[in-house]
Ligand binder design. Structure first.
Ligand code: UDP
Ligand code: UDP
Length: 463
């Protein structure tokens, strides 16, 4: 069943990390693994056969044990990562089916050297039972901000979802009176909860497992959202520990790096004294063909230099797009090292779907954001980017709804504003200040560094 890169018994505190099978949920826990290894902990990472190569490649020789356990038959082989699902509508089916891994996971826990604590994804709610059987404390990893958790909780408690407001009507949150949002800022399963649905049951399982876990590990830092962290730690259990931004963990690879062609292109742009807009929508956002064509037109007309990562095979560029754009823009269809791109000195703006990892990576690199939310809690992240942190602004939609269609004219205008205008300049100043705070938080004496140290001490006292 299980294969492992190293099988020795662990003389040090032993952390077991079990990321969910989405890129955006796996990557930060692999960063966490490095933070723990650097503190002399032994680390085991649990994954699945199809995800193992990605984990191995991302760890670049870091000395964690990697163990894979089989997936149940109702998850077809190869489709073990949500970015490989034919449609995001299959998400809850996939996430629910992961519970079929539980008996393999139980067996694994029994065979591993004593685990001091476990960090497992909120979506893998059933891991709590496995941990409890052996008396292993479980920390839950939610790949979202405390702002998104707190605002969702308040919206629910204040009856926003059962109210009669129109989906696009702005409502003030009593508890956070400076925040105004709409029902459309939330996914449909929250707006129209159906107790019999797979998603409802899944969320209930997740919430109840979270409440009964030792703590929540948050990929954020206290200075960024103290109001919301304090709120969560007063109003709900268990305790949230902010140990991020985890993407700040950058270490020298053991093997020589392979650079993509886009890095040379970026270097060239710097020599030409041009600034570049980085365009990417994460690993799994779905965008209609019509909207995709509009983005292409908007970038073409904007006249800015751009590097556009196009992840989905079905996204087709308009005829003649690349010829018309010439060397002003490049389209990359491969997996890129996004952190490396954002840190490149040529990159001065990010058109982003605002997945939480992308937001943090942009903040840490000091790059302002043109925000275009697509799914999950991205709409809340965009409110945070624009209204709380002020490190960017959103693209305008035709009908004013946060889920509306974006026309090329509006996109072009905002892209220019981000790259050359006053609004962009303000956001750039703000994000650069925040980058310094973010990077300090994870250093010796910083808030996240202290939180992680204190958490490890508590975990070691428990075991
Ligand atoms: N990412 C990357 N290369 C790609 C696409 C994505 O490195 O070609 C990384 C990105 O840096 C981020 C993660 O994948 O760490 C995506 O997470 P995010 O929360 O931004 O969005 P999601 O994919 O979950 O929607
Ligand atoms: N904030 C708050 N109460 C308010 C307004 C803001 O607690 O009535 C918090 C909010 O969470 C935000 C921070 O204070 O992160 C800074 O808010 P503001 O936008 O006023 O500050 P600026 O970014 O302009 O310095």
């Amino acid at each position: 069943m299980a294969s492992s890169t190293s099988n020795h018994s662990h003389p040090h505190p032993h952390a077991l990390l079990f990321p969910f099978m989405s890129k955006g949920h796996t990557i930060p826990l692999l960063h966490l693994a490095r933070f723990l290894l650097r503190r002399d902990l032994a680390v085991t990472i649990v994954t699945t056969p199809a995800n193992r190569p990605f984990v191995v490649e991302s760890l670049q020789g870091a000395t964690a044990s990697i163990v894979d356990i089989p997936v149940p038959d109702d998850i077809p082989g190869g489709v073990e990562s949500t970015d490989k699902l034919p449609s995001n509508s299959l998400f809850y089916k996939f996430a629910t089916a992961t519970a079929g891994m539980q008996h393999h996971f139980d067996r694994l826990l029994e065979t591993l050297p004593r685990v001091s604590f476990m960090v497992s994804d909120g979506f893998l709610w059933w891991t709590l039972e496995s941990a409890s059987k052996l008396g292993v404390p479980r920390l839950v990893y939610y790949g979202m901000s405390s702002y998104a958790s707190a605002v969702s909780r308040e919206a629910f408690m204040s009856g926003l979802f059962s109210g009669s407001q129109h989906e696009d009507e702005l409502v003030t949150l009593t508890r956070f009176p400076w925040i105004r949002l709409t029902k459309n800022d939330f996914e449909s399963e929250f707006r129209n909860p159906e107790p019999q649905s797979l998603s409802f049951k899944f969320h209930m399982n997740m919430i109840s497992a979270t409440i009964n876990s030792y703590g929540i590990l948050v990929n954020s830092f206290y200075e960024l959202e103290s109001v919301f962290i304090d709120y969560l730690n007063t109003e709900s259990a268990p305790k949230s520990w902010c140990v991020g931004p985890l993407c700040t963990n950058i270490s020298e690879p053991k093997q020589p790096r392979k650079f993509g062609f886009w890095v040379e292109w970026l270097d060239q742009k710097v020599k030409e004294k041009c600034s570049v807009l980085y365009v990417a929508f994460g690993s799994q956002a779905e965008i209609s063909a019509e909207q995709f064509t509009e983005i292409a037109k908007g970038l073409e007309k904007s006249m800015v230099n751009f590097l556009w990562v196009v992840r989905k095979r079905e996204w087709e560029l308009p005829d003649g797009f690349e010829e018309r754009v010439g060397n002003r823009g490049i389209v990359v269809r491969e997996w890129v090292d996004q952190r490396e791109i954002l840190m490149h000195e040529g990159v001065k703006g990010f058109l982003s779907h605002c997945g939480w990892n992308s937001v943090l990576e942009s903040i840490c690199a000091g790059v302002p954001i043109l925000a275009w939310p697509v799914m999950a809690e991205q709409h809340l992240n965009v409110r945070m980017v624009e209204e709380e942190m002020k490190v960017g602004f959103r693209v305008p939609t035709c009908n004013g709804s946060v889920r509306g269609f974006v026309k090329w004219e509006g996109l072009t205008e905002q892209v220019r504003d981000l790259m050359e205008g006053e609004k962009g300049k303000k956001a750039r100043n703000k994000v650069q200040q925040l980058a310094a705070v973010a990077n300090k938080a994870v250093q010796e004496g910083g808030s996240s560094c202290q939180a992680l140290d204190s958490l490890i001490r508590q975990m070691c006292d428990c075991s």
